[in-house]
Design a protein around this ligand. Sequence first.
Ligand code: FE2
Length: 322
Amino acid sequence: MTDKSETLAQIRAANNLDEIYPVLASLLATPGWHKKRPSLWKEPRTEYTPQHWSYEICAAAIDRAGQWISTELAERRNTLLFNPVGDNDYDTVRTLVAAYQMIKPGEYARAHRHSPNAMRLVLDATPGCYTVVDGVELPMTPGDFLLTPGGCWHSHYLGEDAESNAYWIDFLDVPLVHRLEPMFFEEHPDGYQPVDTRASEHDWYFPEAMTSRQLAEQSDANGWRRLTLDTQAHISTVEISYIGLDAGRTASFVRDTASRILAVTKGQGSARIGNREFTWKRGDVMAVPSWHDFRLSAGEDATVMEVSDMPVLRKLGLYRQA
Ligand SMILES: [Fe+2]
């Protein structure tokens, strides 16, 4: 008998359901009335948890590690901020990852390109720090925000005359690409990427002086305001906003289906995300998983960057607020 006729015979000879289940399992089929776990539930439930990371502590760890890890050894000398879900050691939230990165004076982080989109928020850098994106050299000074759209060659360097190390936060939609699977990555054949133009104004570059002025011009809502950056034409998977809070004020946000990473660019304060409470200061990062309400309170005038996957949810018709 062939395997197929044997299987058919087993099914036809079954005296009860329990004799059918192993046959179906051998066919990689599960009866819908007998599945191990539900596939539908009343409202979003995420395993990702609210988290907070200290820039001061992570920078100290990267500085110490930097004695032994050169940019030759590590493609990027960075520290990934992961959410403790199962064996995950990468995702910050379901769709996005954040990392602290450091380079030393005279170092060059090799050019590469990949399908995921990347962004940088500069925390500390002395003059001479640059990112090159597809031949366009963009400055990296404290508070600046830069785009590296998916598919663009990018490299970073810090001039050897710089006084101190440079630090920034990387944000990438790599976890989203992991889930959808269209990952492509390529190292530049020359390692080094030539500079074609030097730009201090560019669609990929949001200098601190510009965004802080634009944020201050936004209409006030009970002591806080929001500036959403014009980035959709270049990176369509994330929305980037600055939230500006006056000292002593609180901004509250309802639950929605977007996942978020928050990064503090100025000031200090406290946060409640879901049922967890944190205190934060400049450079710190927080994770707001989907379907978690959150509240930010400023102890002094503060600015918090919000990186969210809201555009993905909206495009797919899956965006919803509580
Ligand atoms: Fe990269």
